[in-house]
Design a protein around this ligand. Structure first.
Ligand code: BG6
Length: 485
């Protein structure tokens, strides 16, 4: 479906890594698929290139390689490039924003300002936009990380909030744009089957894992000042948790969904600093081997301090204090340089209350639902079945739903969906300020405690993280699901 109206998409940080890898390729895909209004324009803003010719050369050299899925359709690429204009702009120069305003002449087009820059530039850019009246009837997109802790995130939100109303602000968490995350909503709220079981009476524990094989790549400097708790838990993992645990919303409109997610975030059991070692494990990767290739230790990566105490792995036990989930542990885990790249949600159901089928039924385990978000989106339901032959011997078997076998059309990339949503004014998949605040508030005791004392536990690259993460689950009579799909 084509975007409803004409738009001008202004991209700050137009020559940055994010623009190159994600934003421009996603806009190209949307263009190629005929989803952008014909009159829509992209205005890239940066300091480095002198003029449009130089910028387009940069785009041709750097962006094309990141248009992965469909490959390049040269005709579509040429007409995509035609949409791009360029404004050389120095953030420190007020007159450059006048130049930008003059370049945005089409008053009827929806204006989107995408800040693909470091968070320290968000407030100065917003002020400069307001100084030339560009904040009116516009949408602003803020990339994560939005702040470093509750205080700094509030400071940014307060300052941006003086210039843009909350309905004009689109805070990106790209996990919310992923097709499988959308499917989680469909699974939970489109099927009557799971809802009665989706609660403490029938669920013993839930695991959410986002594991990466990659290390910090070229982002050592950024990452060393950030760590996995800020980079992945405060946003992606808590957003996934809130979707898994939320009550059915009244409708899919943006505030109905976000209200329900907020309720979960506000119901997270606060972490008592004295208990942190019992409910939180941090790790840092050492040298190791991933798929046969040796990889270096985190502390020797470029941009990382050799005595760094930054965590590249986090495992947490989280509880939700509400009627539905009281007492059910949610185990969250994320890390870099782990054994596999996988993001999945595992719902472990309780065992039958009484086994009329004997000991083998108990040994065979209980039902389990595994929702694999990436790679290879699949839903797998583990059930017990009788083994053929004499006697009542049970074994665990599974029913699989592999999405690519049902749907032949390819998935839409997260950024493509989110950018189209911004252009079309749909806020549901963006994080509201109160959600973000609740998430920062919850992680803050852990951030403080970790900053004050101790060091992450070492783990070898290519493993599943420190042994303490497994020990934490063993205390609850369970273990991480780590199997090949
Ligand atoms: C980003 C983090 O938000 O998400 C990165 O900053 C991480 O460190 C990435 O690698 C993971 O996203 P995906 O979509 O590859 O799972």
């Amino acid at each position: 479906m084509q975007t409803d109206s004409s738009f001008t998409f202004v991209l700050f940080g137009g020559t940055g890594d994010l623009s190159m890898r994600k934003i421009l390729p996603a806009l190209y895909e949307a263009h190629r698929a005929g989803m952008l209004a014909a009159s829509g324009k992209i205005v890239a803003v940066a300091r480095h290139e002198e003029d449009r010719t130089g910028y387009l050369q940069w785009v041709n050299e750097h962006v094309k390689a990141h248009v992965a899925k469909s490959g390049i359709d040269e005709n579509a690429w040429a007409s995509f490039v035609d949409r791009i204009e360029y404004v050389k702009l120095d953030l420190g120069k007020a007159e450059d924003f006048v130049k930008l305003r003059d370049a945005l002449q089409d008053q009827s087009a929806t204006r989107v300002f995408y800040l693909a820059t470091g968070p320290s530039l968000f407030v100065p850019i917003c002020h400069a936009l307001a100084s030339v009246g560009l904040n009116e009837n516009a949408r602003i997109v803020l990339e994560k990380p939005l702040g470093y802790d509750l205080r700094s995130s509030n400071a940014i939100n307060d300052a941006v909030g003086e210039i843009f109303a909350e309905e004009q602000i689109y805070r990106i968490d790209h996990y919310l744009g992923k097709e499988p995350v959308q499917n989680l909503l469909a699974l939970r709220f489109g099927n009557a089957l799971f809802e009665p079981l989706w609660r403490r009476e029938w669920v013993e524990s839930i695991q959410i894992t986002i594991a990466e094989e990659l290390g910090v790549e070229a982002r050592g400097d950024f990452y060393d000042n950030t760590g996995a708790l800020r980079d992945m838990v405060q946003n992606h993992l808590l957003q996934l948790l809130s979707i898994v645990a939320m009550e059915p919303p009244h409708s899919m409109d943006s505030d109905s969904v976000r209200d329900e997610k907020l309720r979960v975030l506000r119901a997270l059991k606060p972490i008592d600093p004295r208990d942190i070692s019992k409910v939180a494990v941090r790790g840092q990767y050492h040298a190791g081997v991933i798929r046969g290739t040796s990889v270096p230790a985190y502390a020797t990566e470029s941009g990382v301090k050799t005595d760094s105490a930054t965590e590249t792995f986090v495992a947490l036990k989280v509880e939700i204090e509400n009627w539905r989930w009281a007492g059910v542990p949610f185990f969250l885990r994320t890390g870099k340089r782990l054994a596999d790249r996988v993001a999945e949600i595992v719902v472990n159901f309780r065992a039958v209350p009484h086994s009329a089928l004997g000991a083998s039924a108990l040994r065979a385990g209980a039902n389990r639902l595994v929702i694999r978000l990436q790679p290879n989106e699949t839903i797998r339901l583990y059930c017990l079945a009788k083994k053929p032959g004499e006697g009542m011997n049970l074994s665990s078997v599974h029913l699989d739903l592999a999405f690519d076998q049902f749907f032949k059309e390819g998935q839409m990339e997260a950024y493509q969906r989110l950018l189209l949503d911004v252009i079309n004014g749909r806020l549901a998949l963006f994080v509201r300020r109160d959600e973000q605040e609740a998430a920062w508030k919850w992680v803050e005791p852990i951030l403080n405690e970790w900053a004050a004392s101790g060091k992450p536990k070492p783990y070898a690259a290519g493993t599943w993280g420190p042994a303490a993460a497994s020990a934490m689950l063993a205390q609850h009579g369970t273990c991480w699901l780590e199997e090949e799909n």
